[in-house]
Design a protein around this ligand. Sequence first.
Ligand code: GLA
Length: 414
Amino acid sequence: MSRDADGANTGTPNQVERATVALDAAFGPDGDAPSSRSTSAPTVAVAPGRVNLVGGHTDYNDGLCLPMAVDRHVAVAARPRSDNRLRVRAADFDETAELGPDDDPDGWAAYVAAVARVLREDGPVAGADLAIASDVPTGAGLSSSAALELAVGRALLAVSGRDRPAADLALACWRAEREGVGVECGILDQFSAALCEADSALFLDCRSRETESVPLGDGIGVLVIDTGVSHELTESGYNDRVRECAAALDSLRDVDRGLDSLRDVDRGLDSLRDVDRGLLDAHADALEPVSRRRVRHVVTENERVRRARDALAAGDLRGVGDAMLAAHESLRDDYEVSCPELDAAVELAAETPGVYGARMTGGGFGGSAVALVDGDALDRAERAIRAAAPERVGPDADVFACRPSAGVRLVGEE
Ligand code: GLA
């Protein structure tokens, strides 16, 4: 059995084993092709969930993020078939789907179908039997869907004899999520699941799509506090926020264009990324209050990501923690995507000894908070937060430590 790329005995080997066993149990050890007998060991791909340390709701505004992949994974075991169908077993749901190239299913199978559809655009995708096993909690803001997309994508490419650089695969999976599933998301989740490196956070510029790994160092612990309040991005206010940002950008352009016609300057406001504090302050009064708050969040959040990246690189964990706490306030008050349980989780973490900072992570409206913790105090902090969480956060709250992990990979090629 393979070990995680970090060398740690994490949940991944378990998911690899579960997916492999589920594949054989559902479809037989030789799939549908007797000739595959000599090569019957399946191809297995794994992709991680993620937390985002700072940089919430900046990605679809061409902004900056600082995510970290976690040691919770989706594993997809795969064997090619002799026809062009996909038979897919979801071990966690005890369900099987069978998909032809033109099928458009609902639920978890929609992600598989959407990834296959996008990958077929620039090359053949073999028919395959797939089995999926995951320990990334769903609806918890840890990006289980991007992990599923990346693991399915990597496995399908492998059984089709194809390969693609990780960033290309991430973009294909991002399109699958937007076009196939209908979330108007940015690239944060797919790039995190594809490009994060072990023991590091990823500084991601969503405009240039350039990335830079920022080592996390030994003395850092990370805790996830899953509020147990599930969020569903297609039904939450997520797409509303995307539209509010587009509307705020239009208003800013209108006001700015008015001034520019006097100054004859083209400022090139292509996205909220192009807005800085000076521009926001100059036009604040001309914006609707909601637009002003949304823009203020995006502008200050991009600043916080830069600050957190620099602090992390300098080993200033208190600086990173301060940026996380300020980010949470901004997401709560200006962007209005938090909820009482997330606020309680952040408050609880912030008052726990050894915690540098915490914030909601993911889309919001439920899901998880992430806390940055002094490595030496991690066990104690985890115990204290776990003991208080049912009363302070909610009856279904869950608390676990995680380690910064590597992005999508094929088992055996780590
Ligand atoms: C969800 C989306 C991401 C990103 C985050 C918020 O996870 O899928 O694209 O917008 O919310 O930062």
